[in-house]
Design a protein around this ligand. Structure first.
Ligand code: FES
Length: 283
């Protein structure tokens, strides 16, 4: 075997190795995605798939294809039998044609696996939400609990702070989370729902900001303002959590409450309106 043939064979091994590594990266990406996904791993495997594919192409172009300068005399423009024989020889050089089948097979595997992995994100689109976003887990009579699942009693709510609460059985509910506060009941006269929705001055609103969905987790009890730290929207607790400043343009939905015979807080039903930003449904 001549040195040129040996070099071509090594190059072919590198190229096919790159393509097979690319296919392996794409298959690993599919597996990670299928098992629930992990953004860092998915990014790594996607990079491996494309990087090895690119390196394979570069090595193929530089070491397996003819790359010497060619000078074609003019005239004559026709080719002699010797030139034709040379061309055929070039196409066959280094045994590339014999290895081409294997290289093309490896390349097809890499492109096929990458193609399939690119189709998978379509699955993430999922079914259309329909009106599912208009409802949360809150139902009439459902107990109000903390994130630990402890039932919240009327007595346990402080007058100078807020408690984050959830519907019983849904401790991690993103759309069901609410902030619960205690205010002087006389200040709520004329407010939406009045004492019927806020017994003994216990009042609750959705914790999901109506601007862009951040958690509204700050409460200034002295001025009865709920604050969203993301873009500084403020909501007036005494006026149905209407926005008073900041980019939010819609009130926080209120959770109507009642107190049962054991002093435990329960919901009278779902929030007064759909929670969160409405930019997805402005029609
Ligand atoms: S998300 Fe609350 S103000 Fe922007």
């Amino acid at each position: 075997m001549t040195p040129g043939e040996r070099d071509a064979r090594n190059a072919a091994r590198i190229v096919s190795g790159c393509f097979l590594l690319s296919a392996a990266g794409a298959i690993a990406l599919i597996v990670v995605y299928w098992r629930g996904g992990q953004p860092q791993l998915e990014g790594t495997f996607l990079a491996v798939a494309f990087l090895s594919l690119g390196i394979g192409f570069v090595v193929w172009a530089h070491r397996l294809l003819p790359n010497t300068p060619r000078v074609e005399p003019r005239p004559p423009l026709g080719t002699t039998p010797e030139e034709r024989a040379e061309l055929i020889d070039d196409l066959d050089r280094g045994g590339v044609l014999e290895r081409r089948r294997f290289l093309l097979g490896a390349l097809t595997s890499a492109l096929g696996a990458i193609g399939v992995s690119l189709l998978f994100p379509i699955r993430s689109l999922g079914p259309q939400p329909g009106n599912a976003l208009d409802h949360t887990p809150w139902k009439k009579g459902m107990r109000v609990v903390t994130s630990d699942g402890e039932a919240v009693t009327a007595k346990s709510v402080p007058s100078d702070g807020l408690v984050t609460v959830f519907p019983e059985g849904f401790p991690d509910s993103a759309d069901g989370q609410a902030v619960l506060m205690r205010v002087d009941p006389s200040l709520l006269e004329g407010a939406r729902g009045g004492s019927e929705w806020a017994p003994d001055g216990l009042i609750a609103f959705s914790k999901v900001c109506t601007h862009a969905g951040c958690p509204v987790g700050l409460y200034q009890s002295s001025i009865h303002q709920l604050l969203c730290p993301c873009h500084q929207s403020a909501f007036d607790v005494l006026r149905g959590a209407e926005p008073t400043t900041g980019p939010a343009d819609r009130a926080l939905p209120q959770l109507p409450l009642m107190i049962d015979g054991d002093g435990v807080l329960r919901a009278r039903g779902d929030f007064s309106s759909p929670v969160g930003p409405r930019t997805w449904n402005l029609s």
